[in-house]
Design a protein around this ligand. Structure first.
Ligand code: C2E
Ligand code: MG
Ligand code: MG
Ligand code: MG
Length: 291
């Protein structure tokens, strides 16, 4: 069965691989030069508590502006890095940099968690758990302040090995979430077995809220599933107040999206923290007194 899945996903990615091999080689070459030259940066997208409207976390997202290629989006370079294996070095840098920034914010007394995206190849490195442990230990960051966003693909490839690693990570105290939930191939059984604490509802399902019946059904079901399993649930890609309102009513705990802010540089992120929770972000019923 795993084989069949592998083949199906291979077929799925094939058109992309044919797109432009030369362009991909060029990106790969440029990335390998850009990393030691400090051309990658992390931007941080605020994550807010649905009810209080308070910023409670940040997702670290890679940004790269290249001398020749200009600004290259993660949608362009992450798949290339995953295919070439460069994602391991890049992911290591992201881990170190995000933990460094999180430790600074922690030392400033800010109550924030910082999440990073982890690629399958990175997770599969024999010493991945050690790398996380070392990064956290070196920084002095309380491990609960670091969240790893995993994709379903990580959990279906060699589930036994994945389980051991997830347990080791959970034992370290770092938090684990499933990114882009609902878009993968995995069975739901793993949610019961793996030490996952949070589901991130994929942006593609938030998009059609509150009118699209399929999106309404999918999002409602994911939130119910999360509650039944005592998992937290966050929605990504929230762009409108109508989407946010639907999510509040559905019982979703947190959100991130352009409604509040895109990912921004760390200094701009700090400025966002100074902004008091906006009335826009506070739940109604209309006219109800603020808590
Ligand atoms: P993701 O982890 O699902 O991150 C969310 C993406 O949605 C980000 O795109 C973010 O900028 C975008 N987004 C957030 N809110 C909104 C919104 O309201 N509307 C719209 N239209 N978009 C929104 P970005 O930064 O381009 O990253 C794309 C993907 O690249 C990420 O998806 C993640 O899978 C990958 N990625 C980014 N940084 C890293 C990294 O450090 N490591 C790895 N392995 N992957 C990364
Ligand atoms: Mg993510
Ligand atoms: Mg996501
Ligand atoms: Mg996504």
């Amino acid at each position: 069965r795993v084989k069949e899945r592998g083949r199906a996903s291979f077929r799925f990615y094939q058109p992309q691989m044919n797109v432009d091999l030369l362009a991909r080689m060029k990106i790969d070459h440029a990335m390998r030069q850009a990393l030691p030259r400090g051309r990658f940066r992390l931007h941080y997208q605020p994550q807010l508590d649905m009810r209080g409207g308070k910023v409670i976390g940040a997702e670290a997202l890679l940004r790269w502006s290249d001398d020749d290629l200009g600004e290259v989006s993660p949608g362009q370079f992450i798949p290339v890095a995953e295919e070439s294996g460069f994602i391991v070095a890049l992911g290591d840098w992201v881990l170190a940099e995000a933990v460094r920034q999180a430790a600074v914010w922690h030392a400033q007394g800010r109550e924030l968690s910082v999440s990073i995206n982890v690629s399958a190849l990175q997770f599969q490195q024999a010493n991945f758990v050690e790398r996380v442990a070392t990064a956290v230990a070196v920084s002095g960051l309380p491990p609960q302040r670091l969240e790893l966003e995993l994709t379903e693909s990580i959990l279906v490839q060699d589930a036994d090995e994945a389980m051991l690693r997830l347990q080791a990570l959970a034992a370290l105290g770092v938090r684990l979430s499933i990114d882009d939930f609902g878009t993968g191939y995995s069975s739901l059984g793993y949610l019961k077995r793996f030490p996952i604490e949070k589901l991130k509802i994929d942006r593609s399902f938030v998009k059609g809220l509150p009118d699209d019946e399929s999106d309404v059904g999918i999002v409602t079901a994911i939130v119910k599933l999360a509650k039944a399993l005592r998992l937290q649930v966050i929605a990504e890609g929230v762009e409108t107040e109508a989407q946010r309102r639907f999510l509040v009513d559905a019982g979703c705990d947190e959100f991130q999206g352009f409604l509040f802010s895109p990912a921004v540089a760390s200094t701009a992120f700090e400025a966002l923290l100074a902004v008091p929770a906006r009335p826009l972000l506070l739940p109604e019923p209309a006219g109800a007194a603020l808590p």
